[in-house]
Design a binder for this molecule. Structure first.
Ligand code: ZN
Length: 83
């Protein structure tokens, strides 16, 4: 079964589970998640397929993980210890 990556919406606060993105194993038939199972924040699916590391989406995802998101969380002072 494919593993999908979800990430919390920019407008949501998120929790430890979703603020840095999380993976869910789902079959193709399953409906995509709309809410974080932990905190109920809205999430959106980020395409991440093994071997497609140069796709636009994946680069975007990596960039967010590497910089933007981390900075944002650090500024809020909530997740400093995680990084
Ligand atoms: Zn959450």
């Amino acid at each position: 079964m494919p593993i999908y990556v979800y990430e919390v919406d920019e407008t949501e606060k998120g929790c430890r589970k979703c603020c840095g993105g999380f993976e869910v194993m789902q079959s193709l038939k399953d409906a995509r998640l709309e809410r974080c199972p932990e905190c109920g924040a809205r999430v959106s699916r980020v395409i991440q397929a093994p071997g497609l590391t140069h796709s636009k989406t994946d680069l975007h995802y990596r960039a967010k993980r590497a910089g933007f998101h981390t900075l944002k969380r650090v500024q809020k002072g909530e997740y400093e210890k995680m990084y």
